[in-house]
Design a protein around this ligand. Sequence first.
Ligand code: ZN
Ligand code: ZN
Length: 408
Amino acid sequence: MSQKKILLIVCDGLSDRPVRELDRKTPLQAARKPAMDALARHGVSGLMDVIGHGIVPGSDTAHLALFGYDPYKVYTGRGPIEAAGTGIELHREDVAFRCNFATVDGSMRVVDRRAGRIKKGTSELAGAVTGMRLGDVTAIFKESSEHRGVLVLRGEGLDHRVTDVDPHHEEVILESRPIVPEAAKTAQAVNEFVQRSHEVLLSHPINEQRVKDGLPPANAILPRGAGSTRELGTMKERYGIDCAAVAGVNLVKGICRMVGMHVPEIPGATGGLDTDYRAKGEAALRLLESNDFVFVNIKAGDIAGHDGDYRTKVRVVENIDAMLGLLLKDLHEEVVVALTCDHSTPVSVKDHSADPVPITVSGGGARVDGIKEFDEVSVAGGALGRIRGMDLMPILLGMADRASKFGA
Ligand code: ZN
Ligand code: ZN
């Protein structure tokens, strides 16, 4: 029996609720999507609770579950995920924080938590504080998107169980405190980093120019969300498969890197509404040649959902469908193809919701259950039934003839 390859396509936040303006259809029900429907017709469908019934998934916890990692066991704050997303390679002992560039006054009171949503100059500012030595701990700091950044503390005897420096409001910045005694050294290092980086940033030319231009200076860094990667283990170690990912958005790329996937940079794959769908599809096909498992994330549906923009969401469905059409045309029929979402982002909610997402799988050992359309309601009659996100990898490996026998 030959083992098959697996292609997992996750349409971020595409799943929705009935929209009044669409005649109480969801964007998936309202859109024209011949390729998605063909996939459903040739495969087996169902509904998926990505984390569990009534749990609203974040994109990070959702993707961990989809890859078969129990988010309740391995999720330790967003710091490591954000860090991996910026390309910093985390060591097992590292503690990572998400940070904001912020503006503080003379008494360290936060005046603007996002430093006027600073966009330009953050890589120079980051360059001025990264590499700082805090006793025997090294601070690695990297800018992320807009006013965000990532702090990684590297050294011996660190522990991620510390409180945030970021007060989350416009008040005096907090001192990080250890939640457990073992984390005292980490809290001390964070506090020293915040103090000394403030001194460096205060007199940085970028900030002097911002003040001249009447803009709030990015004169402080506010760490929060401390975490470590613990012992995640790679997908290769878990399943014995070579994995690659096509994704535009840093958070998702970060998770893929944390579980050991190969994540190439794909020109045009932005993680935004303007993403190059064709480039993503072509990259997926290319990666399938040398990998057993290829994962594709398309973020645009989530963005339209957060914007509450049902028209754009319908268009996103049709754009993804066109990409899928091209992909399927060139795909070997033996490949197991799964199409699903990481959570629902209903336009009526403008945020994620606990509603289960549609899933359809075709190719390889997948059965054909007579479901003809890929949407939130049609799939409910499918033979896959209702599964959890954590069930997905074992099911796909089974259909790809990669599951191992239990017993004689
Ligand atoms: Zn998401
Ligand atoms: Zn979202």
